[in-house]
Ligand binder design. Structure first.
Ligand code: FES
Length: 127
């Protein structure tokens, strides 16, 4: 089910800024890049580090914990279409998101965690 949640004006980051926005059980990182808002889940799909404090390079956020980089336009890990962080449309100060059942949320998290475990296992075996 598609839902919308309005972001209070004081929570919207100014141009070049970022902010955390929490509602229901979600914690989102909001980025204002050149006047355009991007919203992603604040937890890195690898081990849950906050992405809000990551290093921003254009529209790419790099997790401070282990360096994974995510495209803020799509949520995907760079060079991947299998691993992504939750990414949300922001329109006129409101975030649009799909509301999943708790079972589907668990399945989504487990599939991302499994894909990341395989990526890290493959990377360490290639060294
Ligand atoms: S927790 Fe983000 S890369 Fe490991």
């Amino acid at each position: 089910m598609m839902r919308r949640v309005a972001v209070p004006a004081e929570k919207l980051p100014s141009c070049g800024g970022r902010a955390l926005f929490e509602f229901e059980d979600k914690s989102l990182a909001l980025f204002n890049i050149d006047g355009r808002l991007h919203a992603i889940d604040d937890g890195c799909p690898h081990q849950g580090a906050s992405l809000c404090g990551g290093q921003l390079q254009g529209r790419v956020i790099q997790c401070r914990a282990h360096g994974l980089r995510f495209n803020l336009e799509t949520g995907y890990l760079l060079n991947s279409t299998a691993i992504k962080v939750g990414c949300y449309q922001v329109e006129r100060g409101a975030i649009k998101y799909l509301s999943y059942s708790p079972d589907q949320q668990l399945i989504n998290r487990l599939s991302s965690a499994l894909a990341l475990a395989l990526v890290f296992a493959f990377a360490s075996s290639a060294r």
